[in-house]
Design a protein around this ligand. Structure first.
Ligand code: MD6
Ligand code: FE
Length: 216
């Protein structure tokens, strides 16, 4: 029955501008949904989700893992990218083809045709989890954009400016939405408000976010 509706009224992607250099491609990940979910299961079997500790000593409410040549990590000594998962002592699982394909196509759509990610940070939010305002600046070459894919429960994305105190705009990120973000807004402060409880038909009581980066 679902397939029938899809054929009669296919879900169309659409484009919104978030800021100079930042585009929101609504629903762009929907055609990849089943492949992404299967690939995610493979990744977490090798490098499970874990809640990392910030340099300040706080345990993050968001659970994380990575795939690709490098992974983003934090511990008491700082934030960085590492080729080795500190929990397993082995390399992070390779980036699945469907991850790479989605990231490259979305980046090209958004005006970044050169983007080839070498790292994907996978964030898992359960109800109550949040990510406070931050900048993504551990990547070596900030000329690369970031491609960010939202799956599962909806979340409120907070998007500020170059200074921590700049006014913050809010965007509702829903299942399948892809944000591509670079150029003049690459270093803008951003965060995710506390996740509200809910039940997503495929992902249950969680939100998964994939952020693809050129890290090395
Ligand atoms: C999230 N995303 O959506 C967290 N960073 O769960 C990020 O922190 C992020 O979505 C840089 C660019 C895009 C993002
Ligand atoms: Fe970020």
């Amino acid at each position: 029955m679902d397939d029938l509706f899809e054929r009669i009224a296919p879900v169309q992607p659409s484009r919104e501008t978030m800021a100079d250099g930042a585009v929101l491609l609504r629903r762009a990940a929907l055609p990849f949904e089943k492949d992404l979910l299967a690939a995610l299961t493979g990744i977490t079997a090798i490098s499970p989700f874990r809640r990392m500790v910030t340099p300040g000593g706080y345990t993050m409410s968001v659970a994380m893992t990575n795939c690709g040549a490098a992974g983003w990590i934090t511990d008491r000594t700082g934030y960085r990218y590492d080729r080795i998962d500190p929990q397993t002592g082995k390399p992070w699982p390779p980036m699945p083809d469907c991850f790479l394909e989605l990231a490259v196509v979305a980046a090209a759509d958004a005006g970044y045709p050169q983007f080839r990610p070498d790292a994907c940070l996978v964030n898992r939010y359960e109800p109550g989890a949040r990510l406070s305002l931050h900048q993504d600046k551990n990547e070596r070459d900030l000329a690369h954009p970031i491609v960010s894919v939202s799956l599962g429960l909806p979340a409120t994305f907070q998007f500020g400016g170059l200074k921590r105190n700049d006014p913050v705009r809010k965007f509702a990120l829903k299942h399948g939405d892809v944000a591509v973000w670079g150029g003049p807004s690459r270093l803008f402060f951003h965060g995710v408000a506390e996740l509200k409880d809910g039940d997503h038909e495929t992902f249950g009581r969680m939100r998964i976010n994939l952020t693809f980066r050129g890290a090395l």
